[in-house]
Design a protein around this ligand. Sequence first.
Ligand SMILES: Cc1ncc(C[n+]2csc(CCOP(=O)(O)OP(=O)(O)O)c2C)c(N)n1
Ligand SMILES: [Mg+2]
Length: 395
Amino acid sequence: MRRFWKGVPMSHNTASAPHDSFGITLEEYLLPATRRIQLVAEDGTALSPEEQDVEPGHEYPMPSDEALLEAYRHLVIGRRVNDQAYALVRQGRMAVYPSSHGQEASEVAAAVCLRKDDWLFPTYRDTVAVMSRGVPATEVMVAYQGTWHQGYDPQEYKVSVQSTPLTTQLLHAVGLAKAARLRGEDVTVLAMVGDGGTSEGDFHEALNFAAVFKLPVIFFVQNNKYAISVPLARQSAAPSLAHKAVGYGLAGERVDGNDLAALLAVLGRAVELCHNGGGPFLVEADTYRMQSHTNADDATRYREDAEVKEWEARDPLRRMSAFLTDRGVLTDEVAESITADAEQVAASLRDAMNTDVELDPLELFDHVYTVQTPQLAAQRAQLAEELSRSETKEA
Ligand SMILES: Cc1ncc(C[n+]2csc(CCOP(=O)(O)OP(=O)(O)O)c2C)c(N)n1
Ligand SMILES: [Mg+2]
């Protein structure tokens, strides 16, 4: 017999869950599959169902050629922008850029799986996800140029600001999902987080709240094996990061984070289920950060070249390029037009970052609170005085 408290079932596990439609038990549904989902092999060939060898309920169809080609275009643009941003940092035109090289498939899939009214909550690392949702590179990079707090309007693109304080974005994501439900809006939220972020207290609170209220949230963990210099083995003793979902009562899935096809399939299903009341989810993408944490970090100090070489063979771009070429979708002509698109985006970024911006340092204080606190007012006055003194000196 189901027992209720204020109209809410005392045990949410008795409510119907997506496992019903997959013909598996709730326990099977909640325990992440031992095999991660992979649809395309490292050499670009499609894996047969036997080769995939997944447990029941974890079978996914191959996405369409059109969906893969459009997402592949974002991969190429993402890598070009990463390289351009690196060069601009070296030239002193940008302050910092957290590398996305190697993680493009996860980044792109996180954005393109969403519907127009859904929301994306990215971290500092997820510039390529933000761009793949339609935000121009020139707007995203304003924050990394350091000339303004934020370069794009979150409401316009339904993309939150890129969060630098680890894991705060998960709480904001859950809050937005809850608010949308209260308003009767059909919105799914995808919130991104790193392997290191899963150790934060906010991670626990966000997952627990989302699971208790069955909110349409996808927690998308990019397990790139490092939190700056801290390796995964020093971060978590869980069998996988997807296993962290079990204790909260939400479904977890592990996916090859360098396999664009598998990512689109897994995240696509999660989005669909969320829209049909079947959330929340935790999806762990098994991937790797090929470059240093940011330009301020030297990865050779804490990891071996051999490990990096191993991951080079799993490159998401090469894999999808081989797959789509083999299927006759990525012809030379199409490939050339994608490269041209990427060059154009890189050129617009160069132009924007090489344009000097007139800055008023005092603006820093203007948008912190609606009504400025006495402390900030005092700091503003102090800076104003220092600025006028240095102006007098220069004159
Ligand atoms: C609350 C908080 N604590 C510490 C930091 C400093 N910090 C910045 S990035 C980082 C590592 C995060 O690693 P991970 O979550 O794996 O994400 P990745 O950088 O690998 O994408 C740390 C500790 C921070 N930004 N915020
Ligand atoms: Mg990491």
